[in-house]
Design a protein around this ligand. Structure first.
Ligand SMILES: Nc1nc(=O)c2c([nH]1)NC[C@@H]1CN(c3ccc(C(=O)N[C@@H](CCC(=O)O)C(=O)O)cc3)CN21
Ligand SMILES: CC(C)C(=O)C(=O)O
Ligand SMILES: [Mg+2]
Length: 271
C-alpha cells in the first residue's frame, strides 16, 4: 500500500517546480476514485454546505455535519493527504476555539491537516493550531465565509487591494501554515505571491502561476448547473447520470428491467 503524501513532499514539490492537484471530496466513492487518479490532496471543504447538504451558502454547515464526511474520506483512502475545512463559526472567536475545533477534526476524522479562512485577522488562530502540531492550510483572497463582508463573489486584490492580499499571504506563512489557498485573485498577483512565499500556493480562480490547483469536484465533473468562470468542466456527469436514471425509469415502467440475468431461480427440481 503506498504511503500517504506528506506535507514535506509538497514543500519539495514547490522547490522542484512540480505542480500538484487537489479536489474536494465528501464521500467514499469519489475519495477512492480521485486518489487512484493521482490527486495528491483531498479537501473535505465546507462547500459540502452547497454540494452535499443543499444550503444556499457555506455559512450554515456545522462541525458535526462535516466530521462524518471527513472521516469517510480518510477511511476510503491510503495515499492522498486529507485536509478538512473548519466551518464558519468554529474558529473566529480566538485561538482557543480554533485549537479546540481543529483538535476535534484530528481526533474524530483522522485527517492530516485543517484549513481555515482569513489572513492577518486569523494569524493568531493559525499559530495556535500549528503550535499544537496540527498542520494548517490558509485560505485568502475571496473567502466565501465572509461573502457578506466582502460584498459578494468578487475577485480580490485588484488595484490598491493587492497590498492587502500580499499582507494576508505573508501573515499566513509567518503564522506557520504549510500551504495557502488563493481564491479569485488576479493571475499576475497570484504568481508574484507564489514566488515570494516559502510555502506552496493552491489556486482556485488564481491563474496557472500557483504551485497547485483546487476545484470543487462537482464543478469540474459537470454536476453543478452554475459555476464560476474559473471552472473547467472536465466531464458532464450531470448529463450521464440523468440519462442513466431516465433509462432505468423507462425500463422499470416497461418491465424490461430486471431481466432473467438479474433474477434468482428456484433450486433445480431433484430429478
Ligand atoms: N460548487 C461550489 N464551487 C465552489 O467553487 C465553491 C462552492 N461551491 N461553495 C463555496 C465557495 C463559493 N465559491 C464561489 C462561488 C461562486 C463564484 C462565482 O459565481 N464567481 C463568478 C463571479 C465573479 C465576479 O463577479 O467577480 C465568476 O464568474 O467567477 C465564485 C466562487 C467557491 N466555493
Ligand atoms: C473551494 C475550496 C478551496 C474550499 O474552500 C471548499 O471547497 O470549501
Ligand atoms: Mg471552503
Amino acid at each position: 500500500m503506498p504511503r500517504r503524501v506528506r506535507i514535506p513532499d509538497l514543500q519539495a514539490a514547490k522547490r522542484e517546480g512540480r505542480r500538484w492537484a487537489m479536489l474536494t471530496s465528501y464521500d467514499t466513492s469519489t475519495a477512492a476514485i480521485f486518489e487512484q487518479a493521482g490527486v495528491e490532496a483531498l479537501l473535505v471543504g465546507d462547500s459540502a454546505a452547497n454540494t452535499v447538504y443543499g444550503y444556499p451558502s457555506t455559512l450554515a454547515v456545522t462541525v458535526d455535519e462535516l466530521i462524518p464526511l471527513a472521516a469517510a474520506v480518510v477511511r476510503s483512502t491510503s495515499r492522498a493527504l486529507v485536509v478538512a475545512d473548519l466551518p464558519f463559526g468554529s474558529y473566529e472567536q480566538g485561538p482557543a476555539q480554533a485549537l479546540a475545533t481543529a483538535t476535534r477534526f484530528m481526533k474524530e476524522t483522522g485527517c492530516a491537516a485543517v484549513k481555515l479562512e482569513g489572513g492577518v485577522r486569523m494569524a493568531a488562530q493559525i499559530a495556535a493550531i500549528t503550535a499544537a502540531g496540527i498542520p494548517v492550510m490558509g485560505h485568502i483572497g475571496f473567502t466565501p465565509q465572509s461573502e457578506h463582508g466582502l460584498g459578494g463573489y468578487r475577485v480580490q486584490g485588484r488595484g490598491e487591494q493587492s497590498d492587502r492580499v500580499r499582507a494576508d499571504a505573508r501573515a499566513v506563512a509567518e503564522a506557520g501554515a504549510f500551504a495557502v489557498v488563493l481564491e479569485m485573485v488576479p493571475g499576475p498577483l497570484a504568481t508574484e505571491i507564489t514566488r515570494e512565499l516559502p510555502i506552496p500556493t493552491v489556486g482556485i480562480g488564481a491563474g496557472a502561476g500557483t504551485d497547485a490547483q483546487v476545484l470543487v469536484w462537482q464543478d469540474m465533473a459537470g454536476l453543478t448547473p452554475r459555476t464560476g468562470k474559473f471552472v473547467k468542466r472536465y466531464a458532464e456527469l450531470g448529463t450521464v447520470l440523468g440519462d442513466a436514471a431516465r433509462a432505468y425509469v423507462t425500463e422499470v415502467a416497461e418491465g424490461t428491467y430486471p431481466g432473467p440475468e438479474h433474477t434468482f431461480d428456484l433450486p433445480a427440481d431433484p430429478a
